[in-house]
Design a binder for this molecule. Structure first.
Ligand SMILES: C[S@@+](CC[C@H](N)C(=O)[O-])C[C@H]1O[C@@H](n2cnc3c(N)ncnc32)[C@H](O)[C@@H]1O
Length: 320
């Protein structure tokens, strides 16, 4: 706990990074000039130069402040989620998952704590796309909690219509800008949000809270790619989430669910461990569930979760 305090709290307190984080050198110089002027008022150090003064007052130099700030930012950007880690270790060493609000997700986008984003097409979607499409052309594919997944553009380029839902406007704007797709926006009062749409209407992203969305907004879909979505939401919201997805599934819809599985006693998410039984409980009533893939998904960035194995399973869920 003390190590965490030193790494994540003291750096803010001592260096006040959030207030004066001096990225450009010229700002460091300006801050040092200010420190020098202020030190003239302190009798014991008024005749020392800046370096001696910093040492005498046991302060950090702005150079070391910058370095700390850089390390701190790097840590934030490279972490899978942000340094304000959502998984909390209790005094007894058991892990409990922090309940994440939509605002906290939006904040993660602002802080660039988006280690979940992939710069490539997801290999398991690529591998199993034909299973989802099932010989049809130009189908409607839904992306719950879509972020700025490249897969959406990839599918639209193949003639499919993509419908995504994402709470963070920054993610949606970045998606269209980075994919170089001109778009229009319109307000959708029924979901208290906005629709971002490409000119050819193949790409449609609703920026709103997922729990405001339903088939009444954009109709039913033929396929679903659920990656980083069911595993990302709070465990207590799973039933509510599954009810919305069930409502969106047209007869014959093929839903590909990517589930992560790991030792829950070591890390509690998000992303959360999603067991075979949990998938069965959520969808087994009216849907056939088949596990069609099971791969090792452990990467070096997962070491900070304290886990030593991670499986990614793909379930094919279809109406019975
Ligand atoms: C783990 S990320 C996965 C993003 C995307 N599916 C991907 O694979 O890159 C989860 C996303 O869900 C969004 N999100 C979380 N809660 C949401 C909610 N209640 N409504 C809409 N989006 C939400 C977050 O902003 C984030 O972009």
């Amino acid at each position: 706990m003390f190590k965490l305090y030193k790494a994540f709290v003291v750096s803010h307190l001592e260096h006040a990074n959030v207030i004066w984080f001096p990225c450009p050198k010229r700002r460091s110089v300006a801050i040092e000039q200010l420190q020098r002027s202020a030190s003239k008022f302190v009798k014991e150090v008024h005749n020392l130069d800046n370096c001696e003064c910093v040492q005498a007052l046991k302060l950090s130099s702005s150079k070391s402040g910058r370095l700390t700030g850089d390390l701190f930012q790097t840590c934030k950007v490279t972490a899978f989620f942000s340094v304000s880690h959502p998984c909390i270790m209790s005094e007894t060493g058991t892990v409990t998952s922090k309940v994440m609000s939509t605002d906290e997700w939006v904040q993660r986008w602002d802080e660039r704590a988006i280690g979940f984003h992939k710069d490539t097409i997801h290999p398991l979607l690529e591998k199993h796309l034909l299973v989802m499409v099932n010989g049809k052309t130009n189908i409607r594919i839904f992306f719950p909690l879509c972020g700025k997944a490249l897969d959406m553009k990839w599918l639209a380029d193949q003639g499919h219509t993509v419908i995504g839902v994402e709470a963070a406007q920054k993610a949606v704007e970045e998606f269209f800008e980075e994919q170089k797709v001109p778009f229009t926006t319109q307000s959708v009062p029924a979901i208290n949000g906005k629709l971002f749409q490409s000119e050819d209407k193949k790409l449609n992203i609703y920026c709103c809270d997922f729990y405001n969305f339903s088939k009444d907004i954009a109709g039913q879909v033929d396929g679903i790619w659920d990656r980083g979505a069911l595993v990302a939401i709070n465990n207590e919201d799973r039933e509510k989430y599954a009810t919305i997805l069930k409502g969106l599934m047209a007869p014959g819809c093929r839903y590909l669910l990517s589930a992560l599985q790991y030792d829950e006693t070591k890390y509690a998410g998000p992303p959360h461990h999603l067991s075979d039984d949990a998938v069965q409980q959520l969808y087994g009533d009216k849907y056939s569930i088949e596990m069609i893939d099971d791969v090792d998904a452990l990467e070096s960035r997962h070491s900070q979760w304290g886990i030593d194995w991670l499986r990614e399973k793909v379930f094919l869920i279809t109406p019975k």
